[in-house]
Structure formats: C-alpha cells, structure tokens
Design a protein around this ligand. Structure first.
Ligand SMILES: NC(=O)c1ccc[n+]([C@@H]2O[C@H](COP(=O)([O-])OP(=O)(O)OC[C@H]3O[C@@H](n4cnc5c(N)ncnc54)[C@H](OP(=O)(O)O)[C@@H]3O)[C@@H](O)[C@H]2O)c1
Length: 313
C-alpha cells in the first residue's frame, strides 16, 4: 500500500515522501480501514519539523492520527463493527497511528460512525479537532445558558468549539480577523471581535468560560469574572496563569485531547441533527501531502485541511 513517510526533521517539501509499505493486519480489538481521507493538525507539522516526541505525543516517521474510511477487515473480539461500515476516528493519539496511508489499523474503541451529513473528507479531517473542542467544553463545564468566549474561532478547533458550545445552549463570543466574521456568525457565534482591535477586545463583557485555542493568548481583563473557567489547548506561561487567578478565574486547565469513540459517536448524533458541520479550508490528494502540511503551517487555515486518499470512498 502507499503510505506517507518522513525521512527526518525538516521542511515538508524536503522530508515527506509517499512510499510502498506492507498492509497492516488488525489484531484483537482492532479493525483494518480502507482509508478515504485523513486530517492534518498543527501537531502533525510540529512533530514532522522536529522529528522527536512532544511530551507524551509520539514521533513517528509514518504520520497521521485522523482518519475516515470503510472497514475492510475485522480483528478478533470486535463485536460492534463489520466489513463495509463507514467510520472515522482519532486513532491511538498520543501514540502513533499511521493513518496517512491507503490502509490503517484502528482500535475499535476509537471508532464512530461517519455522520450522513458529512463528506468523507470532512469526517477524516474532524476527529482530533472536534474531540479537542468537546473535551475542552467538558473541562470548562459549559452548559445551557452560559456565556462562552472562544479565542481563535476560525481555526480547526475553534470553529467546532463554537458550534458545540451553541449545541449545549451557550451564547458564544469569539475572536477572528474581519474577513472571517461572517463565517464565525454562521457557526452560531453571536458576538464576533477582531483580535487586532484592542478596544473591541476590552469591551467583551464577562463570560462563564474561556476556551483558548491561540498560543500564548490571554482572555481580555473585562471578560474574566470571579469563577470564570479558562481552558487552554496551547500554552500559557506561569505568569499568565497567575494573572488570570488574580482576576478571579479558577485555576487554568491545559488539556491534551485523547481518542474516544464514544464521544465521537455523541458528536455524530449532533452532526446528524445538523448542529455541527466541518468547514474545509482545503483538500489535497495524498501525493500532495507536503503542500497540505505547508497550508497548516501558515497558521491561517479556516476550519480544517483534509488529505484525500481515495476519492471513491
Ligand atoms: N491540547 C490539545 O489537545 C490540542 C489539540 C488540538 C490543537 N491544539 C493546538 O491548538 C492550536 C490551535 O489548533 P487549530 O487546529 O485550531 O489551529 P489552526 O486551525 O491552524 O488555527 C488557524 C486559525 O487561527 C486563527 N488565528 C491565528 N491567530 C489568531 C489570534 N491571535 N486570534 C484569533 N484567531 C487567530 C487564524 O485566523 P486568521 O487567519 O484570521 O488569523 C486561523 O483561522 C495549535 O497550537 C494546536 O497545536 C492542541
């Protein structure tokens, strides 16, 4: 089968190639997927550029964690899935999963049905980002009637966090550049602020929860009140965390997404109901993976970047 491979640390154009590898065999509790599409995330490009582990996130020269496809073979002890099922997953994260290939072995526990409202490319691109958004909202305890600030609403995680927060009954305020404001509103945000406009940022009224998706960015002072939960998926310095505590926020939680087929299945139900969609910034065939990674690396993608492995799926 054809698989993506990194030859070492370096730029996408220098180190990515598509090579022939053996098709893997599913073990107990696993299925073999014929891959239709896979997603890319900033972590893929950071890992490729550095060629070493990031904490618990495993470097591998055979990349890919997001995947959508069709079950081709079922291993022993798999009761819930059968040949022909259309499924998607965040596979094995933070361990290696090798999904940027024509076939991939995935644990049955990581799988969820592809919602009928999503294309294969959308389903392949979504899992890591949508599970991050879901788990961040859970960590913040976001519920009906709350007011939530999503810092960085136009990115892969941000655009899904807006929609999932709205699906939970929250009112969402978010940040994005002006060219993206209409899209941010279409995902359900009721207040949209240009992140380069200090006055508009300062005018954001207090919120119950903040989801930070932009590296090193603090919520503005006025948005934080006593008890505001702040969840970050990137980094905040100790000084920034202390500043937030001084303003009354509960201790900042930094989360790392984990694979979870049951949560992805709950999200599929929302997608079937038309409550969450995946905005595709762009799609690239597998043999243009380097160009796809370069697009993610710009930090300017709107929604998700997909890699289409087999258009027939
Ligand atoms: N902890 C975890 O488990 C976890 C999981 C997923 C992702 N992450 C991390 O979270 C970060 C975001 O991931 P992602 O996939 O959402 O990234 P992404 O899709 O690459 O984000 C790109 C978007 O960010 C927007 N943006 C850039 N600077 C901004 C700013 N100052 N304020 C508001 N928006 C801004 C850009 O809009 P403009 O073009 O308009 O600037 C663009 O639409 C990355 O650092 C990633 O590694 C962590």
């Amino acid at each position: 089968m054809r698989s993506a491979k990194y030859s070492g640390p370096g730029s996408a154009a220098d180190v990515i190639s598509i090579v022939e590898t053996d098709t893997p065999t599913p073990g107990p509790g696993e299925v073999l997927l014929r891959v239709g599409a896979a997603g890319l995330n900033p972590v893929d490009v950071k890992i490729r550029a550095a060629a070493h582990d990031f904490g618990v996130i495993r470097y591998t020269d055979r990349p890919g964690w997001d995947v959508a496809g069709v079950v081709a073979e079922v291993g022993a002890d798999v009761a819930d899935w059968e040949r022909g099922d259309r499924v998607h997953a965040l596979a094995a994260f933070p361990d290696a999963a090798h999904t940027l290939a024509e076939y991939a072995v995935v644990s049955a526990a990581d799988l969820a049905p592809i919602p009928s409202t999503w294309s294969t490319a959308q389903a392949g691109a979504a899992p890591l980002a949508v599970l991050t958004a879901w788990q961040a909202l859970d960590a913040a305890g976001v519920s009906d009637g709350q007011r939530v600030l999503v810092l960085g609403g136009a990115g892969g995680v941000g655009h899904l966090a807006i929609q999932l927060a709205v699906a939970r009954g929250a009112e969402v305020v978010t940040t994005g550049s002006p060219a993206k404001h209409e899209l941010l509103r279409s995902w359900g945000a009721t207040e949209v602020v240009d992140y380069r406009d200090g006055k508009a940022l300062a005018a954001i009224a207090p919120v119950d929860a903040v989801i930070v998706t932009v590296d090193g960015t603090l919520p503005p002072r006025g948005a934080v009140q006593q008890g505001t939960s702040v969840i970050t998926i990137t980094g905040l310095t100790a000084a920034q965390s202390a500043q937030l505590s001084d303003w009354g926020a509960t201790p900042v939680q930094r989360i790392l997404v984990h694979a979870d087929g049951a949560e992805l299945t709950e999200i599929a139900t929302l997608a079937e109901a038309g409550k969450v969609t995946v905005h595709l910034d762009s799609s690239f065939p597998l043999d243009q993976l380097a160009a796809a990674e370069e697009r993610v690396e710009t930090g300017r993608a709107t929604g998700k970047v997909a890699v289409v492995v087999d258009r027939a799926i």
